[in-house]
Design a protein around this ligand. Structure first.
Ligand SMILES: *Cc1c(COP(=O)(O)O)cnc(C)c1O
Length: 289
């Protein structure tokens, strides 16, 4: 159902003045709407929904959620109705931002809920209640992260990626992508996650999905928190795009790349380390600088 709509994802090796090798895997190009890691996270979820004969998908997200935009498109593409439970009831009376507008244009019904209600998004009783209300809905958690998503994100790395690189880098939101990368990596590889959010609760979330220990996570480049930006970040993003002609976005991939460049600059990686950075997409939410 999914694989036949995937475009090839090229690799680009950047010319760096340092002694490490940095290659970018352009998952952002896998599909114009089901972008990057969201393609892999949705794949087995929508297959399961189809196998269970359900006609709707229901999921959760904030106003800048690439998952919401990707789910809206994928649902429409494969014949499901979609419902988005969106954090922040004040948004109901405002103009939709580009992400939410995109979701609505792809037919998603947006339900704006208070922060208190949104906090219940993992609560068993709340989910049962939603399931009763939407009996035809396949419920996908926030950011799309569940067991089925991990099955998908374990397909991001292929055999060559396991052989040809020492370090794999990715941006981290809910942790479903890095967990799949960790699970599918070789034990000689190190997975380095750059958190888009402040705080170390994510460390614990990731440990729920993997028992392997060949990974690290830093929030040192989160620029104050989720969807927050700094002048330094926006400048880095602009310079990077000019120099390498690879677009980034400010919520995830620019933070990862700024962090990675900083670590390389600090000689964090030994000489000749072969680094693969995963471009997880998300360009629909890119701030125009
Ligand atoms: C959603 C998203 C992430 C985070 O993925 P998780 O699996 O939630 O950690 C990273 N990068 C981009 C571009 C995203 O849209």
């Amino acid at each position: 159902m999914f694989d036949h709509i995937a475009f090839p994802t090229p690799y680009q090796t950047l010319a760096l003045s340092n002694s490490v090798q940095l290659t970018i895997k352009r998952l952002d190009l896998i599909h114009p709407q089901i972008s990057g890691n969201k393609f892999f996270k949705l794949k087995y979820n929508l297959l399961a929904a189809q196998q269970q004969g359900l006609s709707q998908v229901l999921t959760f997200g904030g106003a800048f959620s690439n998952h919401i935009a990707a789910t809206a498109y994928a649902a429409q593409r494969f014949g499901f109705q979609s419902i988005g439970i969106i954090r922040g009831e004040e948004l109901a009376t405002q103009d939709l931002n580009p992400t939410l507008q995109t979701a609505q244009d792809f037919g998603m019904q947006l339900h704006f809920v208070s922060r208190a209600e949104y906090r219940l998004r993992h609560d068993v009783e709340y989910l049962q209640q939603l399931q009763q209300q939407y009996s035809q809905a396949f419920i996908i958690p926030e950011g799309g992260t569940n067991e089925l998503a991990l099955q998908g994100t374990q397909e991001i790395l292929n055999e060559d990626d396991r052989k040809n690189y020492d370090v794999i880098c990715c941006a981290v939101g809910t942790g479903g992508t890095i967990a799949g990368l960790i699970e599918s990596s070789s034990n000689q590889q190190q997975i380095v996650g750059f958190s888009a959010l402040k705080g170390n609760f994510l460390q614990h979330d990731i440990q729920q999905w993997t028992t392997k220990t060949n990974w690290t996570l830093t929030d040192a480049y989160c620029c104050g928190g989720y969807a927050k930006t700094t002048d330094e970040l926006l400048q880095f993003m602009q310079q990077f795009e000019q120099q390498y002609a690879i677009p980034l976005e400010q919520v995830y991939t620019a933070k990862m790349m700024m962090g990675l460049f900083d670590l390389i600059q600090q000689n964090h990686f030994p000489a000749n380390t072969r680094i693969l950075a995963i471009h997880t997409g998300g360009l629909q939410g890119r701030l125009k600088t």
